[in-house]
Ligand binder design. Structure first.
Ligand code: DAH
Length: 360
């Protein structure tokens, strides 16, 4: 075998034995690179006699071409094999469930949802939202609302008091949203039509009470509002909130220092199943307190009770949420358990609106 034939068969064997594109590239450099074996042979052509060159030129060029072709062919084979292997290792099992997008896993707390629902309903009736601080004065939480000093109604509120300050003032965590009635009546002129959603606090804890809870208060003050308007407002609200065509209400006489007369409102419901159904059945459930604003309260806000009158109501947002969405234990609302929130929470972009539906 001639030198060239030996070289060719060696390189060909190396090409055939290259198992990767990188290994093949090494073979190419060793043969056709600047200092490769074939290139070195090509360099000798210059020093040959014309006769020798005439013989060796075509032989070397032929070798170079055949090796080049063999390299290209092997490269194609290796490329395909690599692709094949990749396709095999990167298969997707289309029967796997989709990974949920981030937007799918966030949840809105039922208290936030129900607050938004309530605001949507009352905004539609022309109410605006008023707010006040959680830390409140005794005067606004009690005195201005016609709770006389030492009156037993104060004791019923299980108030969290702060330590007395040097000047004798003792602040408290508001026990209801009613002080915002006073704040609003003192800072705005009637006619007033407001709702007051917010946090409230009482020293109480069991399945249906937590030390912090949420209320929604309503207040209407003008010159002509009467108890019929109160009744109509509450009826319309409850129908919208429970998303039913009809509700039946029962007004029972009650007592609140800041209203006269005062009433408690029960809604007709069905308690026979696991969940309470509103709008049907033969049971009653207490749902809120209300009444006509007491003349003393109007006076405490600088309004003349002979000129102005109005009505107010107050209710627990958490309780409404429990009823509407069938959540049995109020304490779970504040446990921050993501499993609970995943089950009872609402999708972040499904904002409640009367047009599109409150809870759908
Ligand atoms: N503030 C009362 C409470 O927390 C609820 C209430 C009852 C508010 C009657 C009112 C009302 O505005 O008229 O128990």
């Amino acid at each position: 075998m001639s030198d060239l034939e030996t070289l060719e068969s060696e390189i060909s064997a190396a090409i055939a034995g290259a198992e990767s594109e990188a290994a093949l590239e090494e073979v190419r450099v060793a043969a056709l690179g600047k200092k490769g074996s074939i290139s070195e042979k090509m360099k000798t052509l210059g020093k040959m006699s014309p006769e020798e060159r005439q013989e060796m030129g075509p032989k070397l060029n032929g070798l170079k071409t055949r090796i080049g072709d063999a390299l290209a062919e092997r490269k194609e084979v290796l490329k395909e094999a690599a692709l094949e292997a990749r396709l095999k290792s990167e298969t997707i099992d289309v029967t796997q469930p989709l990974r949920p997008a981030a937007i799918e896993s966030g949840r809105i707390h039922p208290v936030s949802q129900v607050t938004d629902e309530l605001i949507a309903i009352f905004a539609d009736m022309g109410f605006s939202v008023a707010e006040g601080p959680d830390v409140e004065t005794d005067e606004l939480n009690f005195t201005a609302l016609n709770f006389p000093e030492g009156h037993p109604a104060r004791e019923m509120h299980d108030t969290f008091f702060f330590n007395e300050k040097e000047d004798g003032e003792r602040k408290l965590l508001r026990t209801h949203t009613s002080p915002v009635q006073i704040r609003t009546m003192r800072s705005q002129q009637p006619p007033l039509r407001i709702i007051i959603p917010g946090r409230t606090y009482r020293c109480d804890s069991d399945q249906t009470h937590t030390p912090m809870f949420h209320q929604l208060e309503g207040l209407v003050i003008d010159k002509t509002s009467h108890i019929g308007h109160l009744k109509g407002t509450l009826e319309e609200f409850l129908k919208a909130f429970f998303e039913v065509d009809n509700v039946e209400l029962r007004f029972r006489p009650s007592f609140f220092p800041f209203t006269e007369p005062s009433m408690e409102v029960d809604v007709k419901c069905d308690r026979s199943g696991n969940e309470v159904k509103i709008g049907t059945g033969n049971d009653w459930m207490e749902i809120l307190g209300c009444g006509m604003v007491h003349p003393n309260v109007l006076r405490n806000c600088g309004l003349d009770p002979d000129e102005y009158q109005g009505f107010a109501w107050g209710m627990g947002i958490d309780r409404l949420a429990m009823l509407k969405y069938g959540m049995p234990d109020l304490r779970a609302f504040f446990d921050a358990d993501v499993r609970w929130l995943k089950h009872y929470g609402f999708r972040p972009l499904d904002m409640p609106s009367l047009l599109a539906g409150l809870s759908k």
